[in-house]
Design a protein around this ligand. Structure first.
Ligand SMILES: [Zn+2]
Length: 349
């Protein structure tokens, strides 16, 4: 997701995103600095919404660019600090505007990692930067230097996208980053022949490169079931939630699972359970969250919901009755609790 971009908590603003990714990037720079709420306040608003929806762990990209430097990162880190006893937050230093197009961005990404970002991001090395070697060598060098992972937005279609999937996997293996690299979106995987998609899946599985999807509207869906069968760790997230790019999104990951299931034409219960796995256990594995799941002795991170089975919970996604984080009640009946309620240890025992 993108905590720094959200308009959550502000009165409704008309949405008029430009027709291209570049125009939306430029529009952000004219709107976000002039909002009446700071990055920290808007990020905090969305964190509360996500917690109320049962989210225990989230990963956010934060824009790093020449205009704003690392100030958005500082705002999101302040929000993370504020809610550290309700949710964990991983931050990706995200070069939304490009890397090689703007000399100085690589230095800012390095500065971001030294100042609290957990991963290095990237974006469309060919389409945005027209310099795949420059961008990928640059961001992988930062990740290797600091021992952190990468999460790279790859919107590029067809052969262009497949080329960069290969380049990302090659560098992941060469630098010993197997299991620490994610491709966000990967639309190309759903827009090429089955044979080429299968070859890319095998390459990703071998390199331990995971894929995150949000079931984007108007674009091809990566073949989730094929990728999983090939051994690729596929998971799902929200991406934009009510921001200058899109009016949609509520932060509810069960609703997101339903949207992905609808988009992927998952109709059988066992397929809906796959959609649920994408937003739960698979996501936890990709984020490196140990001690995950409902098991004796595991961390008490869970929610309760009125549904007879997982498929019903996804399809109907009623509000969460109780949300627990590390044994504390942090939300009740869909509402975030300003003061978490600690469950007595004798009750837990
Ligand atoms: Zn995104």
């Amino acid at each position: 997701m993108h905590l720094d971009k959200t308009l959550t908590g502000l009165p409704w603003m008309g949405h008029a995103p430009g027709p291209t990714r570049i125009s939306r990037i430029e529009t952000d720079k004219t709107i976000l600095p002039h909002l009446p709420l700071s990055t920290e306040e808007r990020a905090g608003n969305l964190i509360r919404v996500c917690v109320a929806g049962g989210t225990s762990h989230l990963r956010t990209h934060v824009d790093i660019d020449l205009e704003s430097g690392i100030t958005k990162l500082e705002g999101v880190i302040a929000a993370r600090e504020c809610y550290r006893d309700r949710v964990t937050v991983q931050i990706v230093a995200f070069p939304q505007s490009g890397v090689m197009r703007y000399p100085g961005v690589l230095d800012l990404l390095d500065e971001a990692v030294r100042n609290g970002a957990d991963l290095v991001g990237g974006i469309d090395p060919l389409e945005i930067d027209r310099d795949p070697k420059g961008q990928l060598d640059g961001i992988f060098a930062i990740a290797a230097r600091h021992g952190v992972g990468l999460d790279i937005h790859l919107h590029e279609p067809g052969e262009m996208g497949l080329f960069n999937v290969q380049e990302i996997c090659d560098r992941t293996k060469a630098l010993g980053l197997v299991g620490k690299v994610t491709i966000s979106h990967g639309f190309c995987l759903g827009g090429v022949t089955e044979r080429k998609a299968a070859e890319a899946a095998a390459t990703m599985a071998e390199a331990g490169v995971s894929l995150v999807t949000h079931g984007a509207g108007g674009l091809t869906m990566p073949p989730v079931e094929m990728l999983r069968a090939a051994g690729v760790l596929v998971f799902a997230g929200n991406d934009a939630i009510r921001d200058t790019w899109s009016p949609y999104g509520t932060g509810d990951l069960l609703e997101r699972a339903a949207m992905i299931g609808w988009k992927a034409d998952f109709r059988r219960d066992n397929q809906v359970e796959v959609a649920f796995d994408l937003v739960s256990a698979a996501g936890a594995r990709a984020l490196g969250i140990g001690d995950y799941g409902i098991a004796v002795g595991a961390a008490a991170n869970l929610f309760t919901i009125t549904a007879s089975c997982v498929a019903e919970a996804v399809a109907a996604h009623p509000s969460r009755k109780l949300v627990l984080f590390e044994g504390k009640i942090v939300a009740r009946d869909g509402a975030f609790l300003a003061a978490p309620i600690r469950i007595a240890s004798d009750f837990v025992a």
